[in-house]
Design a binder for this molecule. Structure first.
Ligand SMILES: C[S@@+](CC[C@H](N)C(=O)[O-])C[C@H]1O[C@@H](n2cnc3c(N)ncnc32)[C@H](O)[C@@H]1O
Length: 310
């Protein structure tokens, strides 16, 4: 089961006009989307994106009849959100929501290859209709490329040692399964050493981020959608690790006006358009109670901004 993270906090930050149009870029199991729809009036609409066709089909099969005409489903990368909204004839929206990363459904299905807990082919693509798999990457990228991406996207200090071990192993036999890969990384890192997190966690995160080009997608949706949210509307994002959180925080910070005193007197206000205001300067984190019930919420940070008048 996928339990939506910080559900109430997300709804409170996001919904300002119950008859407005909201976009959920990461539909998943529609945990957040359904709750958003429940808070909207009969005029309100929700457009849900997912690049995973399984998610779209699952939500389509379960959508309540009364909500059907208020919910639009789009199978695409959220990086194409603005173009898809053009296609739907929607110019401005009242809120954009993203719950980054993978869903429990994706993690739990061995064939999707996201997890070392379930042995399966090393796929890791959120959209299985296109692109190279993580297995392709592991078996064809150069040692330097592997070391760089494991370091960059996994922030893994043993990236060189792991890349070397992968290249050595694939010289003997093709690396085909997640268990095989997890074993290679574990041995390269000298075993588990009693740690709670698996030694391959960061490497798996790095491969997933590379295969799905995750940071570029986040950057693109922010760049193209910031100007499509009405004044007073919100952008609300749940991040799960430091790389995506830093990217989101820095983007919002560039839009929050700062003032600089001028030598000749007066002040200069500077910001990237549109101006934004933090809903709360510090990221919101899950309560201890939620963390104990839903492990996925432990690393979550909620960042939310309001679009301001220019
Ligand atoms: C964490 S889950 C969302 C869970 C959802 N909020 C819920 O409560 O059911 C993230 C979902 O976003 C999708 N996703 C991730 N990156 C995406 C992207 N760039 N474009 C579209 N969908 C994406 C994944 O396929 C996954 O289904």
């Amino acid at each position: 089961m996928h339990i939506p993270v910080m559900l109430n906090e997300c709804l409170e930050s996001l919904i300002t006009d119950p008859s407005g149009i909201y976009v959920d870029g990461t539909l998943g199991n529609a945990g957040h989307s359904n709750a958003i729809l429940e808070q909207l009036t009969a005029d309100g609409r929700l457009i849900g994106f997912d690049r995973d066709m399984d998610a779209i089909e699952r939500v389509k099969a379960n959508v309540k009849t009364e909500a059907e005409h208020r919910m639009g489903l789009v199978h695409d990368n959220y990086s194409n959100m603005a173009t898809q909204l053009d296609r739907l004839g929607i110019d401005q929206v009242n809120g954009v929501f993203l719950d980054l990363g993978v869903s429990s459904f994706q993690l739990d299905i061995a064939d999707r290859g996201f997890s070392f807990q379930q042995d399966g082919p090393i796929d890791m693509r959120m959209d299985q209709s296109c692109g190279q798999t993580a297995g392709d990457l592991v078996n064809t990228a150069s040692e330097q490329e592997l070391a760089d991406l494991i370091f960059r996207y996994g922030e893994e200090r043993s990236s060189r040692r792991i890349a070397r071990a992968i290249v050595d192993a694939r010289g003997k036999v093709q690396i085909e399964t997640t268990a095989q890969l997890a074993g290679i990384v574990e041995r390269a890192k000298g075993g588990r050493k009693g740690k709670r997190t698996h030694p391959a966690t960061k490497t798996f995160q790095a491969l997933r981020m590379a295969v799905n080009d995750e940071l570029a997608s986040i950057e693109q949706v922010l760049e193209t959608m910031a100007g499509r949210v009405v004044v007073g509307g919100r952008i609300v994002i749940l991040t799960f690790h430091s790389l995506e959180d830093r990217l989101v925080k820095q983007f919002f910070n560039r839009h929050v006006p700062r003032e600089e005193s001028l030598q000749q007197g007066g002040v200069r206000r500077y910001y990237e358009e549109p101006p934004m205001k933090w809903i709360s300067k510090k990221p919101v984190i899950a309560s201890e109670e939620e963390k104990s019930i839903n492990p996925r919420s432990r690393s979550a940070k909620l960042r939310a901004v309001k679009i301001e008048e220019e």
